[in-house]
Design a protein around this ligand. Structure first.
Ligand code: KIV
Length: 264
């Protein structure tokens, strides 16, 4: 099977073929996810919460992202690898260039940055130098201290418009993908229609081009009450590999996310 690239994902969007994505932090899971047919692996800074036990993603360091990227890359076969730039690692375009270079050299194929229109010059510089960029909009966990709570974003029409405008403007600036977290399904649909690049959703409804979940959430490992958009795919399966296959299949055939996983 050929390697998944940006071109592959663009063609999938064009052909209305759903794209599957899960977070991944090590080589063993990278192998399992490849065997299950996943398209995109996200080395998310959620590793600060699920692997390191922190309350937020803020304590995650650049060198830790580089380490986990190298681990995932070692176990990867054909999936595309997206890597989060951690908190404050892209607060200037110059710093972003330096840190994104380290992630690309460790095995990333695209980097992900959280934010809005202020990212435009950084996106321009990164993409002009051959570093593809995904912009994370909606609920941006690195801003938890400004947001106060992990909760639905874009519910008010003005806020929804801002998310849609940011997605359009940042795509014009060069962004190669958009990730939308925890927004009404109408916003997920509007952004996916408005931009030509693939839109990945987590709690953004069924109309986005791709779906992503945190691996430990969809395997039922994460303790406590789960977000509305999470589904435990290990329930009813006899092994991890079948749970991941069930997720990939549910994304591909559009049965995940179901209405109970979406926000109106
Ligand atoms: O860090 C992460 O795992 C993420 C997902 C929540 C999309 O950004």
């Amino acid at each position: 099977m050929s390697k998944t690239t940006l071109k592959t994902l663009l063609a999938m969007k064009k052909n209305s073929e759903k794209i599957s994505c899960l977070t991944c932090y090590d080589a063993s899971f990278a192998q399992r996810l490849n065997t299950a047919g996943i398209d995109l692996l996200l080395v998310g800074d959620s590793l600060g919460m699920v692997l390191q036990g922190h309350e937020s993603t803020l304590p995650v360091m650049m060198e830790q992202m580089v380490y986990h990227t190298a681990c995932v890359s070692a176990g990867n076969d054909r999936a595309m690898i997206m890597v989060d730039m951690p908190f404050m690692s892209y607060c200037s375009a110059t710093l972003a260039m330096k840190n994104a270079t380290q992630l690309m050299q460790a095995g990333a194929h695209i980097v992900k940055l959280e934010g809005g229109r202020w990212l435009a010059p950084t996106i321009q510089q990164l993409t002009q130098q051959g570093i593809p960029v995904c912009v994370h909009l909606g609920l941006t966990p690195q801003s938890i201290n400004t947001l106060s709570k992990y909760q639905l974003q874009g519910k008010e029409p003005k806020q929804a418009k801002q998310i849609i405008d940011d997605a359009c403007n940042l795509t014009i600036s060069g962004a190669n993908m958009i990730l939308l977290e925890c927004v009404p399904q109408s916003v997920g649909k509007a952004v996916s229609k408005a931009v030509d690049v693939p839109v990945i959703g987590i709690g953004a409804g069924p109309s986005t081009d791709a779906q992503v979940l945190v691996l430990h959430d969809m395997l039922g490992i994460t303790p406590g009450r789960q977000a509305r958009f999470v589904k435990n795919f290990l329930a009813g399966q006899d092994c991890i590999e079948n749970a991941i296959k069930a997720y990939v299949q549910a994304v591909k055939n559009g049965t995940f996310p179901a209405p109970e996983h979406c926000f109106n």
